[in-house]
Design a binder for this molecule. Structure first.
Ligand SMILES: *Cc1c(COP(=O)(O)O)cnc(C)c1O
Length: 340
């Protein structure tokens, strides 16, 4: 496989059109057989459901090259089931999970020349999504839908590597109790844009959102789940119905157990945060981004084992999960799906 002539090491996190994308249409109550197309543009009616009432859900995963030269994806079966959950919550038809995995395979295979080489730090980001496409003006679910997948090569999410970031406690809310915080929908991101622009303008990298109901429990950031480590080395993971179930976080939980660490998934009060010694953000883009400091309305909460560099427990989790992903460590849970 001859790779494209791209400066892999200097890629940012942006969109670059690749050769092929996958499209399937849902009309008259059924999905068509779907397939790969060349055109990156979509033509739809001015009154399409997605444009008027934001009926759209998405996923994000990566394909990359392992140290022994295989092209692999990490746990696409969980993306398939999460997209199905998201679709059900927004009254959209489910794209069958086995077809999802097949469609992702086809799309990556067709764009294999864009899968970055091992060691470049870059990956091929895969974006499956679906949306209501027929005209909808009275408020109701669309009748027709389109499922698509495109890929784009991306560099490391956080430029400058794994240096601990500083986040602020947001005065905005991300997700309402009993709302849509637990699904991967564009609507959750649209309403977080003002909060992130505000945080960046104030010099912070991210927002920590608290539960919207009581503002006393830790939820997540705009696009990553929290993981904390307490002074006894126990991994503590916030639990809430309005957190998006991150596949990276679920995988790190398993890795922590495999490493013999104690893991606790439970509600985490914001008042406990100063007692933790390490903090990280989990998501596909960065795996774990260490957090050095949380700013609570001008007052800094510093994680004492992880303020200048990634703390030891988070580093161990990071090295183990990325070791499995890169084929350096045994994949005993069969998490890697090879593209052949
Ligand atoms: C996608 C996403 C995450 C991270 O999930 P991964 O499956 O690990 O990539 C976390 N929080 C939110 C709100 C997300 O949309």
């Amino acid at each position: 496989m001859e790779k494209k002539n791209i400066d892999w090491s200097n890629l940012g996190f942006g969109y670059m059109a690749t050769d092929k994308r996958y499209v399937a249409n849902y009309t008259d109550g059924a999905w068509d057989e779907g397939g790969l197309v060349d055109d990156p543009n979509i033509t739809m009616n001015e009154c399409a459901g997605v444009l008027q009432y934001a009926q759209t859900v998405f996923e994000g995963l990566k394909a990359y090259t392992t140290e022994d030269g295989r092209t692999v994806m990490f746990r696409p079966d969980l993306n398939a089931s999460r997209l199905a959950d998201s679709a059900r919550r927004l009254e959209m038809p489910v794209f069958p999970e086995d077809r999802f995995i097949d469609a992702v395979y086809q799309t990556v295979k067709a764009n294999e020349a864009y899968v970055p080489p091992c060691g470049s730090g870059a990956t091929l980001y895969i974006r499956p999504y679906m949306f209501g496409i027929n005209p909808v003006i009275g408020v109701k679910p669309a009748d027709d839908y389109q499922f698509r997948i495109f890929t784009t090569p991306v560099g490391p999410y956080f430029k400058g590597g794994a240096k601990p970031i500083t986040i602020k406690v947001s005065d905005f809310d991300r997700a309402a109790p009993h709302g849509t915080g637990n699904i991967k929908a564009g609507l959750n991101y649209a309403m977080s844009l003002h909060a992130i622009v505000t945080a960046h303008a104030e010099g912070f990298d991210e927002n920590m959102y608290l539960d919207a109901g009581t503002r006393t429990y830790v939820e997540e950031t705009g696009g990553a789940n929290f993981l904390f480590v307490d002074k006894d080395g126990k991994v503590v993971i916030p639990k809430s119905d309005s957190i998006l179930p991150s596949i990276t976080r679920r995988s790190l939980t398993q890795v922590a157990k495999d490493l013999g660490l104690e893991v606790e998934e439970r509600k985490v009060a914001f008042s406990e945060v100063p007692e933790f010694v390490e903090c990280g953000l989990c998501g596909t883009a960065a795996v774990i981004s260490p957090v050095g400091c949380v700013n609570d309305h001008g007052k800094d909460i510093v994680f004492k084992n992880g303020c200048d560099e990634m703390g030891p427990v988070i580093k161990k989790l990071y090295d183990t999960l990325t070791g499995i992903q890169m084929g350096r460590l045994e994949d005993k849970h069969d998490w890697l799906y090879e593209i052949k």
